[in-house]
Design a binder for this molecule. Sequence first.
Ligand code: ME8
Length: 548
Amino acid sequence: MPTNRFYVTTPIYYVNDRPHVGHAYTTVIADALSRYHRLRGDEVRFVTGTDENSQKNVEAMEKAGETDLQAYLDRMAGAWKSTWSEIGITFDDFIRTTEPRHLAGVERFWKAVAASGDLEKRTYQSMYCVGCEGFKTPSEMNEDGRCPLHPNKELTKVQEENWFFKLTNYVEPLRAYIREHEDFVQPASRRNEILGYLDAVEKEGLDVSVSREKKKLSVGIPVPGDEDQRIYVWFDALLNYMTAVGYGTDEALFQKFWPVNLQLVGKDILKFHCALWPAMIMSAAKQDALLRNEDGSPKLPQHVFAHGFYTLDGMKISKSLGNAIPPSEAAKDVGMDAVRYYLLREVQLGEDGDFSFARLKERYQADLGNTLGNLVQRVVAMSRKYFDGKVPTLDAVTAQSLSDVGVNSWGGSVAIHHLASEIAAAYDAFNTFGVVQRVWGTGESASNLIAANKLIEETQPFKLAKTDLEATGRVLYALLESIRWYAWFVAPIMPETANKMLVALGLDATQEFAKGWDAALTWGQLEPGSLLPEPSPLFPRLEEKTEV
Ligand code: ME8
């Protein structure tokens, strides 16, 4: 089977602070999708990184009483990387916009846009929000003239001569691309926001200032051919998605991974990603053949998905409120898998939600401990007890009879095959919330975790074992084999848990995952008669854990 490639990105984050659970949300979604595609055998490129040429970072450094910007940036980039490793983020590349490889690509791209005639020097006056690194029109301000997202800071009046990018030249091509590619802007509910913005760009002539006077900034990439100007941080930052895969430095790599399959962003930066960014590419593609398809059309991102925002215990997450806690702290009692699960489970992708410690603990006990953990514990313990420490092996437990444990709500192997294809479809549609829902049993297919627990209640193997060992063996085998499947389903979201589940079945997790999704998910691969190690709880009860 030919391998597909999957290139997924997160925003590159400002390093004015350490990551909090909001940043973790985007990054965990990207990680789960990357892990899923790796399990399928696809060639995956997962890129995250840091947005370093921002005045915000300089302000944060000064606030921290430091003066060496490079040292500050290095330290903060390191802090982001280590936070990501603490919650199991498996990025393939981490790009920093102060790296030489990035500068090379930005320069090439700027020159292409300039050669297309889409840059023009104009004198400009506007209000600027350093928090957003963006200009604000009067309709985008609060009544008091401040930015609604950063009401603690006054806007700065900017009057200077800048390079402008003629976004207005691309309103029609953007509309056409969005019309022809219904799944470019996701979720669908966000498309109107972009179309509305394009109407405003057209009506109000909203070209975008893409440079600033050098003397007013202490950071920023120099504008090629204009010593007095630096490139606007957003123009530079968006290009990370290309420079990380070799634009300007490694043509073969770029050809392989561009265009990007999926760009995950928060709803706050949708406009930059679905209007300015594709317009920039349309412009540069007129000059740069690397950016064109064979038919001459520009190579644009395939999908941009904007998720909603998390609050923390009902409050906006912000550095100034002091609640921008790192994800590792949220994971202190419950572990990283529980935080990853919680972030993806608590809200439908695209909606806003609240990260609450009480809910996190509730879900840990109920969804993880009681529903998943207990299932594994009970099934393994019963099998060990009635089948001599092993996966049931009875002459009568033939492959046929194993797949026919169709007791009431339990759908047996036919249903779990159906469930597996529903789950793959949900992952393919970036719907991690849907994956979790289906595994835990709110989807349409049977043979999910809820049904597995019901099967135990309905068949009562602990009583059945006294009268009909063969029937007991069939039930327990079906449940053990299902646990192997559940491990595959949840592995992208809860990698440590999935490994433990396989170990609980006496399997070598590395070997099992090397099989690949399709090869592994056929019924009956768990070997009857193989040894089952003594189980230990997957999700220890919290009281016990904190007492230790
Ligand atoms: O905007 N809930 O960086 P940034 C959910 N450097 N997601 C959240 C969140 C919350 N409460 N808070 C932050 C920038 N995020 C630019 C991006 S890309 C070319 C440049 C996530 O550090 C969400 O993904 O402000 C949001 O879009 C992003 O962090 C903003 O990160």
